[in-house]
Design a binder for this molecule. Structure first.
Ligand code: ATP
Length: 333
């Protein structure tokens, strides 16, 4: 039997523990028995098509939505019964900001800092999200990407142990996205746990230690992005372009497509490449376009979620609106 000390050690090591989580809206199930275990310090991504149940799951973990069944522990607390105690320990980045647009960046953060018992210094957080040059700019003057950085800063100001990021880079340009990724990676280096949802597979691939794919309210696959769905065992395909009118040697490719590209999936990659290059040299064919292709995270994701369509539940149900911290409903959606 677990002792109190074991439990305390487990709380420190495990940020989120979910068993058999269920939630229905009316009589339509949105979450149908989800299990999750997220160790402290991990970046964990929830992937899944629209309506799969990601937001419902996250809102239950945050304490902003009641569950129907299952057990949930977040940083040692049950968010359903101990939301107040959890609030100052978690940070939430929502998809839509609701801050006073006439305050400056540093005024906004100072205001949010005052809601928390142990906030991070405002200047430090501004630096973490790369808004140093906008510190005295009014929120209304910030670009979309800069406002999202401010959203992240607001979530960080209370110095949370666990950060929820709901589609953190939607609407970002490619360089702002890269910057945001670095911010998230740095959070993990600080020992924070990050739970994010995203529809961008490259984001999950780059950021997440582990991902879970949710489809129609159930987890259909879970693991590190590199090995999800047995990705690392999939046979690689070899692809290259032939000159116009040329045909590949039998066994080294099928009929070329309109652009002259051919491909094949060899049993023995090393031997196939050796045969291919020998044949290409002897026929003076360039292999400049040669590619070795493994299924991407996106390929695996599409295969896993292809059969699942979102269910349409009944009418909307209301529950407490989500906020970034102890002050209730400051940033209602
Ligand atoms: P997305 O990627 O589009 O954000 P999601 O995976 O976050 O989707 P949820 O928002 O959790 O999905 O929705 C799961 C299901 O529950 C969907 O079918 C959705 O229509 C339904 N749903 C969500 N919130 C409510 C609500 N307040 N009232 C009724 N049904 C709801």
């Amino acid at each position: 039997m677990a002792t109190a000390r074991d439990d305390a050690a487990d709380v420190a090591a495990v940020a989120v523990q979910v068993r058999g989580l269920t939630k229905s809206y009316g009589d339509v199930p949105a979450v149908r028995g989800i299990d999750l275990r997220i160790p402290a310090g991990e970046i964990f991504a929830l992937l899944g098509p629209n309506g799969a149940g990601k937001t419902t799951t996250i809102e239950i973990l945050e304490g902003y939505r009641a569950r129907d069944g299952g057990t949930v522990t977040v940083l040692g607390f049950d968010p359903g019964r101990q939301r107040q105690r959890l609030k100052s320990l978690i940070g939430i980045v929502l998809q839509s900001a609701g801050v006073d647009r006439y305050l400056t960046v540093s005024e906004t953060l100072a205001m949010y800092a005052s809601y928390y018992p142990r906030p991070r210094p405002v200047g430090e957080v501004i630096e973490m999200v790369g808004l140093e040059r906008k510190r005295d700019a009014r929120v209304i003057k910030l670009s979309g990407g800069q406002q999202r950085r401010l959203d992240v800063a607001i979530a960080l100001i209370g110095n949370p142990d666990l950060l929820f990021l709901d589609e953190p880079t939607t609407g970002f340009d490619p360089s702002a996205r890269r910057d945001a990724w670095e911010v998230v990676k740095n959070l993990a280096h600080l020992g924070k746990t990050v739970l994010l949802t995203t529809h961008y597979m490259d984001e999950a691939q780059y950021l997440a230690d582990r991902v879970a794919v949710i489809a129609a309210g159930r987890i259909v696959a879970e693991g590190p992005p590199a090995t999800l769905g047995g990705r690392e065992h999939a046979r690689p395909r070899v692809r290259y372009q032939l000159p116009a009118g040329a045909a590949p040697r039998p066994g080294l490719g099928g009929p070329p497509d309109a652009d002259g590209f051919t491909e094949f999936a060899p049993d023995d990659l090393t031997r196939a490449l050796s045969e291919l290059s020998g044949w290409a040299v002897s026929h003076e064919i360039s292999l400049e376009t040669l590619e070795i292709i493994r299924p991407s995270l996106e390929d695996v994701y599409l295969a896993l979620t292809g059969d699942h369509t979102a269910e349409e539940p009944g009418g909307p149900q209301s529950e407490p609106s989500r906020g970034t911290g102890p002050q209730e409903g400051v940033r209602a959606e």
